[in-house]
Design a protein around this ligand. Structure first.
Ligand SMILES: [Zn+2]
Ligand SMILES: [Zn+2]
Length: 356
């Protein structure tokens, strides 16, 4: 992560990482067939403690162990050049890098993850929660490990030290993507400790990644949300929408529970947030989003709150060392800032009352 964080993301990688629907279709078909035709896979109870424990043990044991050795085999030049190099073409990982594999590798991974699910189904200990929980765990850990940003707090490892053998971190897996010959483990580093393939700099990289100071942007793009659905155009939303601003699609209606939640969170949190950090050569750019929707800009009673947020953002940026361009304050007209909101340049006026 130390080095990879500063390498740019190439267009070629973005294009390559957009094609991962093969595994969705493949997993969907297998789950569908399994739930219809597997004996014991119908009418599952909501919860069974024995099945949950069995899933945890089978994952920590056979799944992690077999994955470790499969992964080492995949780094043998015969398999590496034919298959696994595809995943490793991404040195700077993104969450979605986690599912970028050739189809043959997807099959192998599905077989591994099927061990706990098949065993619990066949022993009649499976439950809806053990299935949903296990699949969520796999996806969450996989995406988290590839996010190229250290977010696991230190206190978690201090209150329970053995956790470092049971849970990897983004910096741990980023070393596998930069060093190639270390940190092979799936989600539990214990097998790298046992077989001596643990990267020596894992701990120090973790510490320095956490301590890294937030970088100062050279250019700040201050923008705001447009509609509640505009969240799906953000990097965490649908990649295919990012090139079509201000468009709505019928399938976004299906997302209304998520949309509602996000609108409530935006209202409760109510603070400007960083949505993108980019780097063009030496120039660092950041996009900050003001948590107010387009409609609110037309409401008189929202003016003060919006102006407050804009002023706060500018002061914060200045504090960090970013220079913002403001119109000269001649004492009569209020200061103003120009900012781009996707539909055109908007000029927002705000009473300039310096706080320092
Ligand atoms: Zn690998
Ligand atoms: Zn990876």
């Amino acid at each position: 992560m130390a080095e990879s964080l500063y390498k740019p993301l190439e267009f070629e990688q973005v294009d390559r990482e957009r094609n991962w629907d093969d595994q969705i279709v493949f997993n969907g078909i297998l789950f569908c067939l399994g739930s219809r035709h597997m004996p014991g896979a119908q009418n599952l109870p909501l919860w069974r403690t024995d099945g949950v424990l069995l899933t945890i043990l089978l994952h920590a044991g056979p799944v992690e162990y077999l994955y470790y050795w499969l992964h080492r085999a995949l780094h043998h030049h015969f398999l590496y050049s034919r298959y696994h190099s595809h995943h490793h073409s991404s040195i700077v990982t993104e969450p979605i890098t986690s599912v970028i594999h050739p189809f043959a590798e997807h099959i192998a991974y599905f077989v591994l993850f099927a061990i706990p699910m098949l065993t619990t189904t066949l022993t009649g200990t499976a439950s809806i929660i053990s299935f949903a929980g296990y699949v969520t765990y796999i996806d969450f850990m996989n995406n988290m490990g590839h996010c190229n940003f250290e977010l696991i707090p230190n206190w978690l490892f201090s209150i329970f030290p053995p956790l470092k053998y049971l849970m990897y971190t983004p910096s741990f897996h980023s070393l596998h993507h930069t060093q190639f010959r270390t940190n092979y483990s799936l989600f539990m580093p214990i097998y790298d400790y046992i077989y001596g393939t643990m990267d020596k700099s894992s701990d120090s990289l973790y510490e320095t990644s956490l301590k890294r100071k937030e970088e100062t942007p050279d250019v700040l793009h201050l923008t705001h949300l447009t509609t509640p659905e505009s969240i799906y155009h953000l990097p965490l939303g649908f990649a295919s929408l990012s090139s079509k601003p201000h468009t709505s699609h019928w399938y976004l209606w299906l997302m209304w529970p998520v949309t509602l939640w996000s609108a409530m969170l935006t209202w409760i949190y109510g603070r400007t947030f960083v949505v993108e950090r980019q780097r063009f050569d030496k120039l660092r750019l950041q996009t900050w989003v003001i948590p107010k929707y387009s409609l609110q800009y037309f409401l008189q009673w929202q003016n003060e709150a919006i102006n407050g947020l804009i002023e706060e953002a500018i002061l914060e940026a200045e504090e960090k060392g970013t220079t913002t361009k403001k119109q000269k304050d001649d004492g009569k007209s209020p200061s103003c800032i120009w900012f781009f909101n996707g539909r055109g340049i908007h000029r927002h006026l705000f009473p300039h009352k310096p706080r320092r």
